[in-house]
Design a protein around this ligand. Structure first.
Ligand code: HEC
Length: 279
């Protein structure tokens, strides 16, 4: 078998050598090739890339170069910010707040500003401030920590720019929402807060539950629809949930809040150390 195989192997070897000579020898004498030279260990020396101004079928516009994303600011370029971004009437950090929502804010949406705002408010503010802005959101129901009542006389009177500033930078216990909520949406939320305020008479400061506290010493009975003060917190929220005027309660707490708890947290009476939340 090896005898018969030997001549065949020799022929093969000869043929291969011949071929190599033709290929290598041919090109060594100046034939050009569009292909890169033989490179036995490329080591990522050659990597696919696109050069400036080159066409590329990869992107929808056929260009390899991508435009900078909207809002990109070149290092060192002056950034133009005005009342729309700061809520203030001047450049100084303590300039007075603008009284009204800048008109550019509404230009960002197809729908009226307050409609957009209602939706955004529902996402970002309701958990703490409640559907109606009364500060009785889920946070209050579950932890006993009250958020500010947005219908306070003081906030009724506050300029739009101040509400915008509170959303942007936060205040006291409340964190700022600049990172989560774009500028125009913040103004939209301000528009919705104004609607909530218009739907209720201004709540006097004394009648409101102080932020971060349970209902204490509110015997002066708030006119209107705030939860009954001076009662236990669980009762207070149950009362609020049972109110006829309340829109559909997403928490599903119908009737007395503690009767059919969707989860154990809701049934537990909140801690009674009212001052704790102030820390
Ligand atoms: C995590 C809970 C939480 C969320 C979410 C939240 N807030 Fe607050 N907010 C608070 C608390 C608590 C206070 C009271 C702060 C204090 O007095 O220390 C407050 C205070 C305020 C005040 C009153 C500021 C003042 O001048 O007294 C406004 C206005 C306000 N929030 C608006 C909003 C808006 C609008 C949103 C939605 C973008 C929002 N908040 C989201 C908890 C929250």
């Amino acid at each position: 078998m090896s005898r018969r195989a030997r001549p065949a192997a020799r022929t093969l070897r000869l043929a291969a050598t011949g071929l190599c000579l033709v290929v290598l020898g041919g090109c060594a004498r100046g034939c050009t090739s569009p292909r890169p030279p033989i490179h036995l260990n490329p080591n990522m020396d050659d990597q696919p890339r696109l050069t400036a101004q080159q066409a590329s079928g990869f992107f929808y516009d056929g260009a390899a170069m991508r435009p900078p994303i909207e809002g990109t600011v070149a290092l060192g370029d002056p950034v133009e910010i005005g009342p729309l971004e700061t809520g203030r009437a001047g450049d100084a950090p303590d300039a007075p707040f603008v009284a009204a929502i800048p008109p550019e804010a509404s230009a960002a949406f197809d729908v009226p500003l307050a409609v957009r705002g209602e939706e955004r408010y529902g996402i970002y503010c309701t958990p703490c401030h409640g559907d109606r802005g009364d500060g009785q959101g889920t946070l209050r129901q579950r932890s006993g920590v009250a958020s500010a009542d947005l219908r306070l006389e003081r906030l009724h009177a506050a300029p739009d720019g101040q509400l915008f500033d509170t959303i942007t930078h936060g205040l006291g216990l409340m964190a700022g929402y600049a990172a989560q909520i774009p500028v125009a949406d913040r103004w939209a939320i301000v528009a919705h807060v104004r609607e909530l305020q218009a739907a209720s008479p201004p709540v006097p400061e004394a009648a409101a539950v102080p932020a971060g506290e349970g209902a204490t010493g509110g015997e002066g009975a708030p006119a209107g629809d705030a939860g009954p003060p001076g009662q236990g917190i669980a009762e207070g929220t149950a009362g609020a949930a049972a109110q006829p005027g309340l829109p559909d309660d997403p928490g599903g707490t119908e009737g007395p809040g503690a009767a059919s708890p969707p989860d154990p947290l809701g049934a537990e009476p909140p801690p009674s150390d009212d001052g704790a939340a102030r820390r």
